[in-house]
Design a protein around this ligand. Structure first.
Ligand code: PLP
Length: 461
C-alpha cells in the first residue's frame, strides 16, 4: 500500500501500524498475547475497563528514572568542573502529590508557578526549602505565603517585585533568597507561544537592566541575591539557543561578581522530546555536556569561578511517561479531493489535550485493545467537543478495520495535557492512573458530574 496523499510529509506509511515507536512510547510499552498494549506490565484494555476512558496512564518508574537520570547526567558533567547542578522539576508540566513525591525522592527540587501549585507541593509534604516560586504576576498573597513558609527561592520577574518580596521578608523577619529572571533576547527555535525570550513578550527583564535591579536587590537587607535566571522556551531540540543564553547571562554574571557574590546561574528548562518519529531530539547527556562545555569556556574567558547551575525541566521528565487511552465512538470516511481521510472520534479531546489546538502539536496513535493486520488507513483522531479544531492527532495510520468500541492510545501525553485540561462542554477531567510492576492505582480520580456542578450556586437539590 502507498502513502495517502493527504498525509503530511513527515508521516511515513508504516509497514506495521501496530508497532510502538520506541522514541515516543514509554520504554515499558509492549503488546501482550492478546495484542493489547501494556504499560509497565498493565494491559490498557484492563485499565480502561477498570477505570473508564479517557484515562491518563502514567508509568511511575519512567518518571522516577528520567528525574534521576537528568540529575545524574548534569551533575556528572559539572562535577568535572568542580560545580554541581540543582534540578528543579517544572511542576507546570504535570503536578499532583504523587508526582511531587516521586521527583523529590529522586533528589529534585520543584518549581511552582502559582499558589495552587504551591499548595499541591505542600500537600505532598515537600519541604518548602526545596521549592522555587515563579510567575510574572505573583499576587501579594502568593508572595506573602511563599516567604512566610520559607520557600527556597523566589524568581523575581519585574522591578516591582523587588520591593514586594523585600517587604514580605521584612514582615516575616526573614532573608529571602531570590533569582532575577532575564529576557536574554535569544530566539528559541520552537512555536511562537513556547518561545519565552524574544524581546516582545511578558517574561523577565532585559539583560541590560540587570545590574541596576541587582543593585536594588542587594540594597535590601531582607533579600539575598542568588543569581540570574533564563528560560528561553519549551520543546527545544538544539543546544545552540541554551548555549547562547548561557554566554549572554554569564557576561553580566561576571559584571555582578565585582560588587558581591553570585553563587548560581539558572538556565531554565525546555528540553524537547519526541512526539512523533519525525522529531529528532538531542539526548540529555549531550545537552548536559554542551552546557558544561559552554559554561566552562565562558567562565574561563571571563576569569570567573564556575557557579552552581540550576535547571528546570518539566516535559523531559514526565512527557514520555504517560499515554492517554480513549474509546472510539464514531468513524467517518471523509473524501478530500480523491483521497479518504478517516475521522475517528474519541470520548475525550481538546479538554484533555489542548496542545494540538493550541500549538498545532503533532501526536501519534495506536490501536490499544488489539493488533490488526488490516491495511493501514490515514486517520485523524477527533475529540467530542463542539469545535472543528478539536483534534488530538492530526494524522497517523491505524489499521483500516478500526471500529467503534475499539480503544486507541496516544503516547507522550505526560506534559502539559492534564495540567492544561479543562471542563469545556462540561466534560469531567479524566482520572490519572499510575502503573508500576503490573499494578495500577488511581493518583487523581476522575471528575464526576457532582464535581462539575459543585461550584454552581444556582444548583438545587
Ligand atoms: N521554567 C520555566 C520558567 C518555564 O516557563 C517552563 C515552561 O514553560 C519550564 C521551566 C519547563 O519547560 P519544559 O517543560 O519545556 O522543560
Amino acid at each position: 500500500m502507498s502513502a495517502n496523499p493527504l498525509a503530511p510529509e513527515w508521516l511515513v506509511h508504516p509497514d506495521d501500524a501496530n508497532a510502538l515507536t520506541p522514541a515516543v512510547w514509554p520504554p515499558s510499552a509492549d503488546r501482550d498475547g492478546a495484542g493489547a498494549i501494556t504499560v509497565a506490565g498493565a494491559s490498557l484494555t484492563a485499565l480502561a475497563s477498570e477505570f473508564g476512558t479517557p484515562l491518563y496512564v502514567v508509568d511511575e518508574q519512567d518518571v522516577r528514572t528520567r528525574a534521576e537520570t537528568i540529575k545524574t547526567l548534569f551533575n556528572e558533567a559539572f562535577a568535572a568542573l568542580g560545580s554541581r547542578v540543582d534540578v528543579y522539576y517544572a511542576g507546570k508540566a504535570f503536578l499532583c502529590t504523587a508526582v511531587a513525591k516521586w521527583v523529590v525522592e529522586a533528589g529534585l527540587h520543584i518549581d511552582v508557578a502559582s499558589g495552587g501549585e504551591l499548595a499541591v507541593a505542600l500537600a505532598a509534604g515537600v519541604d518548602p526549602a526545596l521549592l522555587g516560586f515563579h510567575g510574572n504576576n505573583k499576587s501579594l498573597a502568593e508572595i506573602d505565603r511563599s516567604v512566610g513558609l520559607g520557600v527556597g527561592a523566589i524568581v523575581l520577574d519585574s522591578v516591582v517585585e523587588v520591593d514586594r518580596v523585600s517587604a514580605a521578608a521584612e514582615k516575616h523577619g526573614r532573608v529571602q533568597a531570590v533569582r532575577l529572571r532575564i529576557n536574554s533576547g535569544v530566539h528559541a527555535s520552537t512555536h511562537e507561544y513556547l518561545a519565552t525570550a524574544r524581546e516582545d513578550q511578558k517574561f523577565g527583564i532585559p539583560l541590560a537592566d540587570a545590574p541596576a535591579v541587582v543593585a536594588q536587590i542587594r540594597a535590601s537587607k531582607n533579600l539575598r541575591f542568588l543569581g540570574l535566571h533564563s528560560h528561553i522556551g519549551s520543546q527545544i531540540f538544539e543546544s545552540a539557543g541554551f548555549a547562547e543564553a548561557a554566554r549572554r547571562l554569564l557576561a553580566v554574571h561576571a559584571e555582578l561578581l565585582k560588587d558581591g557574590e553570585v553563587p548560581e546561574l539558572n538556565l531554565g528548562g525546555g528540553f524537547g522530546i519526541a512526539y512523533t518519529s519525525a522529531d529528532v531530539v538531542t539526548p540529555i547527556a549531550s545537552i548536559a555536556a554542551d552546557f558544561a562545555r559552554v559554561v566552562s569556556e565562558q567562565c574561563a574567558e571571563l576569569g570567573i569561578p564556575i557557579p552552581i547551575i540550576a535547571i528546570e525541566p518539566g516535559r523531559a521528565i514526565v512527557g514520555h511517561s504517560t499515554v492517554t487511552v480513549y474509546e472510539v465512538g464514531t468513524i467517518k470516511d471523509v473524501r478530500v479531493d480523491d483521497s479518504i481521510r478517516k475521522y475517528v472520534s474519541i470520548d475525550g479531546g481538546m479538554s484533555d489535550n489542548i496542545r494540538p489546538a493550541l500549538y498545532g502539536a503533532d501526536y501519534t496513535v495506536r490501536l490499544a485493545n488489539r493488533r490488526s493486520d488490516s491495511d493501514p488507513a490515514l486517520v485523524r483522531i477527533a475529540g467530542k467537543h463542539c469545535e472543528s479544531g478539536d483534534i488530538v492527532v492530526h494524522a497517523d495510520y491505524l489499521p483500516g478495520d478500526v471500529a467503534p468500541g475499539d480503544l486507541v492510545a496516544v503516547p507522550a501525553t505526560g506534559a502539559y495535557c492534564w495540567s492544561l485540561a479543562s471542563n469545556y462542554n462540561y466534560l469531567g477531567r479524566p482520572a490519572v492512573v499510575a502503573v508500576k510492576d503490573g499494578a495500577a492505582r488511581v493518583i487523581v480520580r476522575r471528575e464526576t458530574e457532582a464535581d462539575l456542578l459543585s461550584r454552581d450556586v444556582g444548583v438545587t437539590a
